[in-house]
Design a protein around this ligand. Structure first.
Ligand SMILES: N[C@@H](CCC(=O)N[C@@H](CS)C(=O)NCC(=O)O)C(=O)O
Length: 203
């Protein structure tokens, strides 16, 4: 059986839990409190030298890190990953966008504002730029969603899961999505997919 090391408040972890639920794949959940440094212990670092969740332990004992790599591994050969060459590349395009332009701004602002009791002076200084870049990423999504119901191939798939993880809780980072009607409509479409589970879902 698969074992998922995760923290329930993590959008990166939620992406994996959402796909596992929609695939109907059973797994064992091991919760790690990142606020207490539980992913930085010598024991955890043997599983993922980068000290982060989500980390998935496969049946053969291999540990796989990085949420989008885990999504790709789990979705291979299922309708969640396209078979078409261009659509596979477009899926990766949006997943790389998520990791470079979206998550480092929206997820980090959310972590600081939602989970920390007080921001450090450096975080206070950095926050406006994270917010501006987060809104820029939301703008890119909004433009695409004005013309398409989903991110790739006009159907729900991996790119949607990767981007949904933190977009649906962007408000917890102080992002106001009122001016993003197409993104809001997409959020609702994603939430109405068969087998959808919310972020607090445990296996
Ligand atoms: N790029 C990684 C980011 C993983 C990540 O930042 N995980 C955070 C929680 S969302 C974490 O484990 N933080 C604990 C720490 O850094 O000690 C992914 O997509 O999985």
């Amino acid at each position: 059986m698969l074992t998922l090391y995760d923290f329930m408040g993590s959008g990166n972890g939620y992406k994996v839990r959402l796909l596992l639920a929609q695939l109907g794949v059973p797994y064992r959940l091991v919760e790690c409190d990142i606020l207490k440094g539980e992913t930085r212990t010598p024991e955890f670092l043997k599983k993922n030298a980068n000290g982060r969740i989500p980390t998935l332990q496969l049946e053969n004992g291999t540990h796989l890190a990085e949420s989008d790599a885990i999504l790709w591994y789990l979705a291979e050969g299922t309708p969640f990953a396209p078979a078409d060459r261009l659509q596979r590349a477009q899926t990766l395009q949006w997943m790389f966008f998520e990791q470079y332009s979206h998550e480092p701004n929206i997820a980090v602002a959310r972590f600081w504002r939602h989970f920390l009791t007080k921001l450090s002076p450096l975080q206070e200084l950095d926050l406006p730029e994270r917010m501006a870049k987060g809104y820029a990423a939301l703008g890119v999504m909004e433009q695409h969603l004005a013309r398409h119901p989903f991110f790739v191939g006009e159907r729900y798939g991996l790119a949607d899961i990767a981007l949904y993880g933190y977009t649906h809780v962007a408000g917890e980072g102080g992002f106001n999505l009122d001016a993003y009607p197409h993104t809001n409509a997409w959020l609702a479409r994603v939430a109405s997919q068969p087998g959808h589970v919310t972020m607090d879902h445990k296996s």
